[in-house]
Structures are given as C-alpha cells and as structure tokens.
Design a protein around this ligand. Structure first.
Ligand code: MG
Length: 260
C-alpha cells in the first residue's frame, strides 16, 4: 500500500471518531452553574472570636474569673490550686499540674500564656510550662512546649516554645517580646486505636503561635518522652493538662471547640 492509500485508510476511522464525539457532545445536556452548587447542609451560625471573647459555640475553659473548669491532675476530685489574679491564672510552683474537668477527643484550642518577665537561668529553666494536648496519666501525654523565648538563651530546637516536645521543631520562631502575652491556636486530632491496642492512626497537630503557622498537620510518633523514644498506648478522650514545671507562667482566655 502506497502512502496515499494508507492515509486514506487511516482517515476513515478518524472521521468516524470525530462524528461520535460530536454526537455525544450534542446529546449531553447543557451544563449549568447550578449543577455544581451545594446548598445542604447549611453551616450553623457561629459568632466569631474577638479579643477576650470565645466563639459562640466554644466551651470557655477560663474567662478570667475562676478555675471551675480545672482540677488537680494528680487528684481529679480536688480543685486546681493555681493562683487566679487580674483576669489570669498562674502556676503555683510545686502544687502540681492541673487539667480540664472534661475530657476531649478532637478539638480546636485557643489559649494565651505569658512567661514571667523576671527570669533567671537559661534554656529549659526559663518560664517552662506546657500544654499536654491529651493527658494520659501522671506526667504523660502529648506536650506542646511553653517556654520563655524572648531572650537569646538558646535551648534545643525541638524543646523551644511551640515545639511538640522532642518531636517537631516549630517552622519559625514567632515569639513575642519579654513579658508579653502570647497566643496558641491548636487543632488536635487524637490518635485512634484498634480494639487490641494497636495504633490505627496517629495524633496530628496544627498550631499557630501568635497567629503564625508553626506546626502544619504534623503526625506525632507517640506520647512525649523526656528520655528515649516516644510511643503510643491506647487511650480515648482525655483531659487537656497544663504543666507545673516550677515557673510562675500565667494563662488567660482559654476556650475549646470539640470537633466531633
Ligand atoms: Mg514544658
């Protein structure tokens, strides 16, 4: 077959294919913008957060007045013994960690903290506290670090403020100045476990420090460990715990929105 004949033979199926495509396009109903509009479910109305005001659907964990939503972590039937003054509460050194009265699974958390402006020591000794995003027992859970970071006293990067302690270094250092209030906004996805205790899916954390993204959907390798490798142990909904590390760190304007 010469080239001209071969081209003619090829042209036949091509013309047929074009005709089928043209017919299909003609037969299809005309697409409209409304075809891709979704009207249900309609999101429920929430009054947004404002300075010193929680969103309307949040559970307020501290409104400046009392520690009614908090208990002693080591004795959950006892009231939290930290100091409330001037619309904030502060670690009462040596009294122990405190934790929320209620357990939570997945949530959005807002809290503000302030390291003392008169600090001695260096590294981990300066304004150390912490937020355990799920408290799993005495001293255990998943900690996002609270630590003075206004001064140039370096500590290990995976232990500085806004680190997921010894697991994830913050993307940037978004610290406020010395003695200033700082905000954490945290999205916590709790780990899930199978019936036999095996891990089904890890915990995930997204966090903003003073409005700046510092942890971007990072997966945790397990509960925070001071020494050694992190690991998971099966647990369900858990309280949020604040750490007494011996420094009078203050907290205010704390609210949580459960996401389940
Ligand atoms: Mg700490």
């Amino acid at each position: 077959m010469n080239a001209r004949k071969r081209a003619a033979v090829m042209r036949g199926p091509m013309v047929l294919a074009w005709m089928v495509l043209a017919w299909t396009a003609q037969a299809a109903p005309q697409a409209k913008p409304e075809d891709t509009e979704v009207w249900k479910p309609e999101p429920r109305r929430v009054t947004p957060a404002a300075p010193n005001r929680a969103p309307s659907d949040a559970i307020v964990l501290f409104d400046g007045k009392d520690l009614a939503e908090w208990v002693a972590a080591d004795a959950p039937d006892k009231a939290a013994a930290w100091t409330v003054a001037d619309g904030a509460f502060s670690v009462r050194a040596g009294s122990g960690d405190i934790q929320t009265r209620r357990p939570f699974l997945d949530y959005q958390l807002h809290l503000e903290w302030r390291a003392p402006s008169t600090l001695k020591g260096s590294g981990q000794e300066r304004g150390n506290s912490g937020v355990f995003l799920a408290s799993t027992g005495k001293g255990t859970g998943y900690e996002i670090q609270v630590l003075d970071c206004a001064e140039a006293t370096r500590t290990y990067a995976n232990g500085q403020a806004a680190s997921l302690y010894k697991q994830h270094i913050p993307l940037v250092n978004a610290c406020a100045g010395r003695g200033e209030w700082q905000a954490y906004d945290i999205i916590w996805t709790a780990p899930r476990f199978k019936a036999d205790g095996a891990l089904a899916s890890p915990a995930y954390v997204t966090a903003l420090h003073n409005g700046v993204l510092v942890q971007h959907h990072v997966a945790l390798r397990g509960e925070t460990m001071y020494i050694g490798a992190p690991g998971y142990r099966k647990h369900g909904p858990a309280p949020i715990r604040l750490q007494d590390h011996g420094d009078p760190v203050s907290f205010r304007n704390i609210w949580v929105r459960p996401l389940h």
